[in-house]
Design a binder for this molecule. Structure first.
Ligand SMILES: [Zn+2]
Length: 228
């Protein structure tokens, strides 16, 4: 029996499925710092929202950046006051004080309260090492969303990381994920992040991803490492 190709149903080239929109959430930790203004300029140019998990910075030239983050439509979120593991994670009491101190400080200097979205310094697995595996549930009980990441530019893992390495790490660790939650840093020890950013934004925009805000309704409520 010969195979009549006219009997074979053609396969559609692709399925259009609105539910399958690929979402990417861009996050910057440890700022504000000298690079934050440049990052904000680039985000404006590419029309991309981001979240900044900030700490207390008292330098006069950095203080206006808290306000600028909010007024340009980005999420200002909580990363504790000091980020010093030995202090933040010494006790649940310290952890709570660090979170509230950041809130009070940011509201005082910017006029805006940070969102109730929290990222543990070092991520939730680091926090668990110090305070045990109830720590994430405790933060939730205090009224905060917990936001880890599933994609990293590894821009602060050592000195001398190049922009190309940051780009490569980001793209490599984003592969096959939806949503993608990218961790980058706005910090003096991540000096090449600004240089890597335009190519990272272009990659996701050209590959069918939508940059989204953590405040949108369909954003993840929590994102915990190791559970996705
Ligand atoms: Zn951090």
């Amino acid at each position: 029996m010969s195979l009549d190709s006219s009997c074979i149903e053609p396969e559609p080239a692709y399925h259009v499925n609105a539910e399958a929109t690929k979402k990417v959430y861009l996050t910057f930790d440890d700022g504000p710092c000298e690079s934050t203004a440049q990052i904000l300029d680039i985000l404006q140019e590419y029309q991309v929202p981001a979240a900044f998990f900030v700490i207390v910075r008292e330098e006069e030239e950095l203080i206006p950046l808290y306000r600028r983050i909010v007024e340009e439509g980005h999420v200002l979120a909580n990363h504790t006051a000091t980020h010093v593991y030995e202090h933040v994670y010494a006790s649940f009491e310290n952890l709570r004080e660090e979170i509230e101190e950041l809130e009070d400080y940011v509201e005082y200097v910017s006029g805006y309260a940070p969102e109730k979205i929290f990222r543990f310094p070092g991520g939730s697995t680091r926090a668990e090492k110090y305070l045990g595996n109830t720590v994430r549930k405790t933060i939730e009980a205090w009224g905060y969303r917990v936001m880890d990441w599933n994609c990293s530019g590894d821009d602060a893992i050592r000195q001398g990381v190049t922009a190309e390495e940051i780009y490569d790490s980001t793209i490599r660790t984003a592969k096959g994920k939806n949503p993608v939650i990218i961790l980058l840093h706005s910090a003096s020890y991540a000096p090449q992040t600004v240089a890597a950013l335009p190519s990272i934004l272009s990659y996701f925009q050209e590959n069918g991803y939508v940059f989204s805000s953590l405040l949108e309704e369909d954003a993840p409520e929590n994102w915990w490492m190791g559970e996705h």
